[in-house]
Each structure stands twice: as C-alpha cells, then as structure tokens.
Write a protein that binds this ligand. Structure first.
Ligand code: DSN
Length: 414
C-alpha cells in the first residue's frame, strides 16, 4: 500500500519517518495490548477528503451548510454502533476514550461529586479518577483495587467502599485487568447506593462485539470505549448509553467538551463497526483469546508469574519481581529483540510508574497478522530467552533475526 507518494514531494523528512515507522510495524511483533493494525479501508477513510469540512452539531441539526453526506455517514455510524453493542443510543463523536469518559462525567456529575473508580495501580485508567487527570481534579475520587492474594476484583470490598462513600458514579473497566469483569455485580452495587454505572470497555470492546466477553451494555447507564484497540478501527472514541441519558450525553460531547467532529474518523468508525459485525471478525477475536491463553500457559510453564494465572481476554500481566528484572529493563530488552510490549505496574507495585515491576503483553496485533498458537509457543520461548539474558547482545540479536523471519512470513500492509 502506498502511504507516502504525495508526502514525499512536499515533505521528504516526514515521509521518511512514515516509511521507517511502516517498516517497524512490519518487522516487529507488536504486543502492546492496546495497539492493533487498522485495515486499509480504515486508513483510507481517515486519510480522506472528509477531513475538509466542519460539521458541528448532529445529523439534521448542524451549524454549517454543506453537511448532507456527513449526516448520512454519521447516521450510519450511530446505527451500526447501536446494533453492534445492542445499545439504546450512541454518540460517535468523541475523539478518544479519555474524552468519552470526560463527556460522561460532564453529563451527570457536578464538580466535587463523588466518583468511585478502579485504582490506576490495580489496572484502572487515568480517567477513572486518578489525581493526575481532570477526573480526579474536578471530582472527588475514591478507588477500589484487587485482592492481594488473587489479584481479582473483590466485589464485596467494592460494595463496602461504595456504601461508605456513596458515589454518584461508579466506574468499572480497566487497562490492565486480564479477567472477566462482573458487570452485573457492579450494577447491583451501583443500584444499592443509587449511583450511575459507567463501564469503560476500551480494552475489551472487540471481544464484547464478538460475544466472547460479557457485555456491560444491559447493566450500565453509560459505556465508553476507544475504537482502535481490540475493535481494530481508527484511533478514536465512542459513548453508548441508555435512552434517558442521550440528550445530556450529546450536549456534553458537543458543545460540552468538543467542537467540530472529526468526520473522516467517524466514517472510519462506521467501517470498523460494519467489519465488527462479520463472522471473520468473530473468528479473529476467538483467535486473539486463544493466543493470549496459549502465551499465558506457556509462560507459566516456563516459571513466570502470570497474574491471576491466565486471562479471559487479549492481555496478560507478568510480575517480574521474582525474576529480579524491572518492567522497564524487560521492555527495553524485548524491544531490542523485536518484541514490543509495555512496562506495566502490577498491583501493590513498589516501583515507580516509570520503572514498574511488570510487563503487559497483548495479542490483538500479532493475531491480526495471522499468528496462531504455535507461534505463541515460539514467542514464549523467545521472551524467556531475552528475559534471562537482558544484557547479552548476541542472544538478543539472534532472537531479533528469528522475529524478523517470522514477521516476513506473516506480512502486513504489503
Ligand atoms: N493507553 C491505553 C493503554 O495502553 O491501555 C489506555 O488508554
């Protein structure tokens, strides 16, 4: 696929970096759990002439003339999102998961209201009330975590905290939690304390769309997601909600926190939702899960501490404290070998977020390029060899050659 022919003539410097990045994506095993390869049709829509126009407002009620086709595109995206997830209402304008969450808070909270979210260090997200984020600055945030023995969410503890602090909203969903979240239980707890329930499914959306991870849609007031992780669409966000919240959600997104919607990205989201309804997408998600489970089992056999003993989704978390390696050193060594993961805090981590004691590994992107269980066993061996020899250049270079060979057998963006 041609990504740079026009750019080269105008800005060879940027074209060169795009070409280099393309090569990086082709020649490495991308195993950051939140990343994926967007299909060519998605890339074409995001690079299309739809970027040229303002369309503030919503279909049928815009602030600019000339939006006839934009209305159609946004209507299609909305209908597909509703159908895909079985939701009453969809707002397809948020430009990211973070903005989707901000809009939900704006729609139903006042500054100083109480929010209960999952602790960042236990696997939650910055926008679930972290003091570094506006969600923790504007609202009064409290946190629940995981059980220190099982690393699973302790729902009784969540209930206890909720009863003590009486939140106006409970946020469930995570960036680094490998197990099924019991959304029904969260709903029970939210009802007991009269709180709204927001489920942030940014990581799990693709698996949910495919029906292999339980959906929070029936239980939640609001569901937010990104569209570029397991969902394999463009870099963007989405809000789903119950009908009674639809008006407030729309005005919280625009004019609440955003101006003109990125209509080229909304077109790409429409394509993404269409693809996510296909049998092929379901097969892909099943393979993502099989691959993550195969990798987890293989790493456990090799002696690694895979938190919770496995996974119900596309990601696994490894606690490296027993291996005497920090997450940072592990991620740097693995990248040299061509296996790109991210350092990740593990629950109750004693290292700083820049160092961490763990790594997070995801299978969406490697599955998208066609890798299956046998390749996961190879990757587990290579991970082990690198982590046991993080300062041995010869071994790391040798693994890198093997990684490049494997990637050439499963090409992307040819
Ligand atoms: N940055 C995303 C992730 O890696 O999980 C969350 O926003």
């Amino acid at each position: 696929m041609d990504f740079t022919s026009y750019i080269k003539n105008i800005d060879p410097e940027i074209a060169d970096f795009i070409e280099k990045e393309l090569k990086r994506q082709q020649e490495n095993l991308l195993m950051i759990a939140s990343e994926n390869y967007a299909d060519e049709a998605i890339l074409q829509a995001t690079g299309s002439i739809l970027t040229n126009k303002y369309a503030e407002g919503y279909p049928g009620k815009r602030f600019y003339q000339g939006t006839e086709y934009y209305d159609k595109i946004e209507e299609i995206a909305i209908e597909r999102a509703k159908k895909l997830f079985g939701a009453d209402h969809a707002n397809v304008q948020p430009t990211s998961g973070s903005q989707a969450n901000q809009a939900v808070y704006l729609s139903c909270l006042n500054p100083g209201d109480i929010l209960l979210g999952m602790d960042l260090s236990a696997g939650g997200h910055l926008t679930h009330g972290s003091s570094a984020s506006s969600s923790g600055k504007i609202y009064k945030a409290y946190y629940y975590g995981v059980d220190p023995q099982t690393y699973l969410i302790d729902y009784e503890k969540v209930r206890q905290i909720a009863k003590e602090i009486r939140p106006k909203i409970i946020v469930c969903g995570a960036s680094a939690y490998p197990r099924q979240i019991d959304f029904r239980k969260f709903k029970e707890i939210a009802d007991e304390v009269g709180a709204f329930l927001l489920a942030d499914i940014a990581h799990y959306a693709g698996l949910i769309a495919a029906g292999i991870y339980d959906s929070p849609v029936p239980y939640s007031d609001f569901v937010t997601t990104t569209t570029h992780k397991t969902l394999k669409g463009p870099r963007s966000g989405l809000i789903l909600c119950k009908e009674q919240h639809s008006k407030k959600i729309n005005s919280a997104v625009f004019p609440g926190i955003q101006g003109g919607p990125l209509m080229h990205v909304i077109a790409a989201k429409a394509i993404c939702f269409k693809k996510a309804m296909s049998e092929e997408f379901k097969k892909y998600q099943i393979q993502v899960l099989k691959n993550a489970r195969t990798l987890a089992d293989a790493l456990i056999k090799l002696g690694y501490k895979v938190l919770t003993g496995g996974t119900d989704c596309h990601l696994i978390l490894i606690d490296l404290r027993d291996n005497n390696i920090t997450g940072k050193d592990a991620a740097i060594a693995l990248e040299k070998a061509g296996i790109v993961v991210n350092k990740n805090a593990v629950p109750f981590d004693t290292q700083s977020p820049f160092i961490t004691s763990g790594i997070r590994i995801g299978t969406p992107a490697v599955t998208a390029r066609g890798l299956k269980e046998n390749e996961m066993l190879l990757i587990a061996e290579w991970l082990d060899a690198v982590l046991k020899n993080i300062n041995n250049e010869t071994i790391i270079n040798d693994i890198n050659k093997k990684v490049k060979n494997l990637c050439s057998e499963y090409p992307v963006y040819t």
